[in-house]
Design a binder for this molecule. Structure first.
Ligand SMILES: [Fe+2]
Length: 296
């Protein structure tokens, strides 16, 4: 029952320097030569980009802007009912456009005065050390392509809808932005791959797929839920567990399915006390101790 996953299409560079995004046969854009051409061009732009340069402008078709119009309007309705209050305050502060896909530069311009965050272009999957390495400095790597227009409410990979509607609305909140930075600082502080993986899993179950109880019910704040037209309707029916670092940092998850185990932060305060404090102070030894304690 998965509609929307987190799988990135691989990006390869041929011997002659041509950048190719390898869409799978089941990808809705697989047989659309024009779409694939633009995906390749966007990936090439991101690969050519150097820190300090402006984010390259992505070209979008009218059909793609229409996808954004449809999806952002539908998600906004769902957010009003199902998004955590702090996330909703972020959406109000950021006021993303509903009539066109914003360029990442445009999103950065709106975000920087709010929390200091700005976007960087990514061709596809960004290695953990690179992604988290700059998060502590208020930089967020994001893809620029949008899902194929034939199926506006489905995407097999994180696209600009996820990166911007899911993440930028949270990054517009000073409290969430501080948590993103803390995750980045933690990732820089740890040395072993295991510890980095642990930090990243805690990020996955909070800032990507986190939920929290509010007086009028369970709400979501994770970008993966907030950007998914299907998943946002399903999260309340999943197995909801209390916030627990050892469990979040060690249980397996499948990025191509709806997340069936979610962690209830309880409140923004508790999220900051437990997860924010963990990221602010953890090192390899502390993570090892948490893992040992997790073993029954
Ligand atoms: Fe994400």
């Amino acid at each position: 029952m998965f509609e929307e996953g987190q799988y990135f299409a691989p990006v390869n560079t041929d011997a002659d320097g041509t950048v190719v995004v390898e869409l799978g046969e089941n990808h809705p854009g697989f047989a659309d030569a024009e779409y694939r051409e633009r995906r390749n061009a966007l990936a090439a732009l991101a690969l050519d980009w150097e820190p300090g340069e402006p984010v390259p402008t992505a070209s979008y078709t009218d059909d793609e802007h229409e996808v954004w119009r449809l999806v952002s309007a539908e998600l906004a309705v769902k957010h009003r009912e199902l998004a955590a209050r702090e996330y909703l305050e972020g959406t109000e502060r950021l006021a993303l456009p509903g009539d066109h896909i914003p360029q990442l530069a445009e999103v950065s311009e709106a975000l920087e005065p709010l929390t200091g965050f700005s976007y960087r272009p990514a061709a596809g999957l960004v290695p953990l050390r690179d992604f988290y390495g700059v998060l502590g400095e208020g930089k967020f790597y994001a893809t620029q392509y949008i899902r194929h227009h034939s199926v506006p409410f489905y995407t097999p990979e994180p696209d600009v809808v996820h990166e911007v509607i899911g993440h930028a609305n949270a990054l517009a909140s000073p409290r969430f932005a501080a948590l993103y930075r803390a995750a980045g600082d933690a990732a820089r502080r740890v040395h072993s791959e295991d510890a980095l993986e642990f930090v990243s899993r805690v990020f996955w179950f909070t800032l990507e797929f986190g939920v929290m109880s509010e007086p009028d019910g369970l709400k979501a704040y994770g970008a993966g839920i907030m950007s998914s037209y299907g998943e946002i309707d399903e999260f309340r029916g999943m197995t909801i567990m209390p916030l627990d670092l050892a469990t979040m940092g060690t249980i397996d998850y499948d990025i191509t399915q709806y997340q069936d185990k979610l962690f209830d932060a309880g409140s923004m305060d508790q999220l900051e006390d437990v997860v924010g404090e963990f990221w602010a102070t953890c090192d390899d030894d502390a993570i090892e101790r948490i893992k040992v304690e997790a073993v029954p």
